[in-house]
Design a protein around this ligand. Structure first.
Ligand code: ADP
Ligand code: MG
Length: 627
């Protein structure tokens, strides 16, 4: 007598439910997927008692006839797959025919459905997996599924549920994910009697992302940035600005072919694309939508279809990183043209393609370079930048002309002989800053400017830091950081740790713009420093670079990828400090450098450089509504 037996259908469903129905939110997810597969344009979700008492999903999709209502609760019954060949390119959200029987086996489920074009509908009533009643009934077009007493027959599972509030949170997440995947579909979500979401049908993606994230600030658009790969993979979506990210405990929603998935690879690729813009510990946030040929992705790898597998994941990673980094770049262009009225260079398709092929920002050509004869600081009369003679500022002589105070410790030093750009591209500097009017300096830290109907506040340290970082980085990548030869080389005495570091990394130091030479015993000589750090004492520069190298890689030097940290730290040390009073022409010079810099919105540590306040916002401070 054999001991092995085939499980009863009922038991099999309960076992499947163990995987498919982890918590109330999993039920909502499955029901929403079914409504979307049914072509619904509006989906209403109602939840009571954190989903345990009631979950009700009503849609206006295609509906089912009486036979299908009975079939859909059978195990492995689906209208979405016909044969094996379709399994390798699944285009619907569902395909296993497992959700309804699984949910039905651990709850009391009622299905009410009316097929488009049908006079009346069908009602089926299930109690913990057993069909209790079926009848014809009048109902609206589409399908309503009610799930009550979830896990009423499996107390062990019910015990594992969290508070109603936590379960509700997960339900809301599930609805939000689906709402972003389908911006044109209307969604409502009610908890008991509170409306948590009301997202109208016919939204575009941007509006939908704003609503879901309750965010009204600027966003990074990922739309239409990966022209080249359009055939196999399209990337779209919107990301929040780096500084808005952690503030709202925001998360990155990843949608692949309309399916919300958890994917570390995509997450990583987005972070990579934002490298140098994210603050430590911050995660990218927003929505990224991938549309990929279904045959290039396996969705059948996880019981609740939460994870997927890309057949060409390296490729996908590369493209996503390229698109995000291009979006950052476009954001810089837009900010620059808005603030400084510089003609935004509209990218041709060819440019976009090139970026898509070469994902690393380091391998991009500089778009704007510093003319060889341009000193770092330019004295600027209030108007007409074009007429300024290209000479180094003589602070004592000009400070009195433009402003009423003199700087105590001028820190922005003119840098001679900035290398001519490798590729000189046409750039049209604005004639003047007449549109961006400098008001003055606040707290010896912020530049206040006025533009149109806005107050523009610029963090002088962060701004300068980003500019120096950009220069150092470009120089580093071209293996040619502009250096400043010291007239009198200085010697430094080093301890054993530092000696080991410098012995192993002499070339690295050179690449970073610090030329050192062994002198004897524990002594080394510093012969040049990076031009960008010229304002500092050479010994200080040397120690900063040494420390930065040590911090980023331990004793033997920089580890892969750590070089950005080193460059950022160098820039940070060399930049104008908070607390430095600047003469008006120094402030104007900083603005000018921002104007010419291809990246300036965030410091290399991801802190924002610019904040803007609209006239309306300011009027609100004073309760001046409507004048
Ligand atoms: P799957 O989605 O994998 O096919 P389900 O158990 O979720 O499996 O659903 C079984 C079938 O029931 C579906 O294939 C579909 O034909 C039908 N169905 C489920 N929900 C709906 C709905 N809201 N509107 C129309 N048909 C539905
Ligand atoms: Mg389904």
């Amino acid at each position: 007598m054999s001991r092995i037996r085939i499980l009863s259908e009922h038991l099999a469903n309960q076992i499947a439910a163990g995987e498919v129905v982890e918590r109330p939110a999993s039920v909502i997810k499955e029901l929403l997927e079914n409504s979307i597969d049914a072509g619904a344009t509006t989906i209403d979700v109602q939840v009571e008692g954190g989903g345990v008492r009631l979950m009700r999903v009503a849609d206006d999709g295609c509906g089912m006839d009486g036979d299908d209502v009975l079939l859909c609760i059978e195990r492995h019954a689906t209208s979405k797959l016909r044969d094996e060949s379709q399994l390798s390119a699944i285009a619907t959200l569902g395909f296993r025919g497992e959700a309804l029987p699984s949910i039905g086996s651990v709850s009391r489920m009622t299905i009410l459905s009316r097929l488009q074009g049908s006079e009346s509908g069908t009602m089926a009533d299930l109690r913990y997996g057993t069909l209790h009643a079926v009848r014809e009934t009048g109902c609206s077009l589409g399908t309503i599924i009610e799930v009550r007493h979830l896990f009423g027959n499996v107390p062990a599972r019910k015990k594992f549920l969290k508070s109603a509030r936590t379960e509700s949170y997960h339900i809301e997440e599930a609805v939000k994910n689906q709402a972003i995947a389908m911006p044109s579909v209307g969604f409502t979500l009610k908890f008991d009697n509170r409306t948590a979401l009301d997202l109208p049908a016919g939204n575009d993606l941007e509006t939908r992302v704003r609503q879901v994230f309750a965010y009204s600030g600027p966003m990074l658009s990922l739309e239409h940035l990966g022209a080249q790969e359009a055939e196999t993979l399209q990337v779209g979506g919107y990301l929040l600005l780096p500084e808005a990210m952690s503030a709202r405990a925001a998360k990155l929603r990843v949608l692949v072919n309309g399916r919300a998935v958890q994917d570390k690879m995509i997450r990583h690729a987005v972070s990579e694309g934002m490298r140098g813009f994210l603050m430590k510990g911050y995660q990218p946030a927003g929505a990224i939508l991938l549309t990929i040929d279904p045959s290039l992705v396996d969705v059948n790898v996880h019981p609740s279809k939460r994870e997927i597998r890309f057949r060409k994941s390296v490729e996908v990673h590369r493209i996503v990183t390229a698109v995000v980094s291009r979006a950052m770049e476009r954001y810089q262009e837009e900010s620059r043209s808005r603030l400084f009225r510089v003609e935004s260079e509209t990218k041709s398709d060819a440019d976009t393609d090139q970026v898509a092929q070469v994902p690393q920002p380091e391998s991009r050509e500089p778009e704007i370079s510093y003319p060889a004869d341009e000193p770092e600081i330019l004295p600027l009369p209030k108007k007409s930048l074009g007429s300024v003679p290209r000479t180094t500022v003589d602070r004592a002589a000009t400070a009195g002309d433009v402003g009423s105070f003199k700087p105590e410790t001028p820190k922005i030093e003119p840098v001679p002989a900035v290398r001519p750009p490798v590729v000189e591209k046409e750039m049209q500097p604005a004639e003047d800053f007449s549109e961006l009017k400098l008001i003055g300096q606040l707290f010896s830290l912020y530049l206040l400017c006025e533009q149109d109907e806005r107050l523009v506040v610029i963090d002088q340290h962060a701004a300068h830091e980003r500019i120096l970082y950009g220069r150092l980085r470009q120089g580093y990548l071209e293996k040619n950081i502009p250096m400043q030869q010291l007239m009198f080389p200085v010697t430094v005495e080093l301890g054993p740790d530092h000696l080991e570091l410098i012995e192993k990394n002499e070339d690295r130091f050179r690449e970073l713009g610090v030329e050192v030479e062994f002198f004897g015993d524990t002594t080394w000589v510093v012969k040049s420093v990076p031009a960008a750090m010229k304002g500092m004492e050479p010994v200080e520069v040397f120690h900063e670079v040494l420390d930065a190298m040590q911090n980023s890689g331990g004793r033997s030097g920089v580890v892969a990828g750590g070089i950005d940290d080193v460059l950022a730290q160098m820039a940070c040390k060399a930049a104008i400090k908070a607390g430095n009073r600047l003469a008006p022409e120094e402030m104007l010079s900083l603005l000018r450098q921002m104007q010419e810099s291809d990246v300036f919105s965030h410091c290399p540590h991801g802190r924002p450089v610019i904040k803007e306040f609209s006239r309306q916002e300011i009027e609100k401070w004073f309760h001046r509504h409507g004048g």
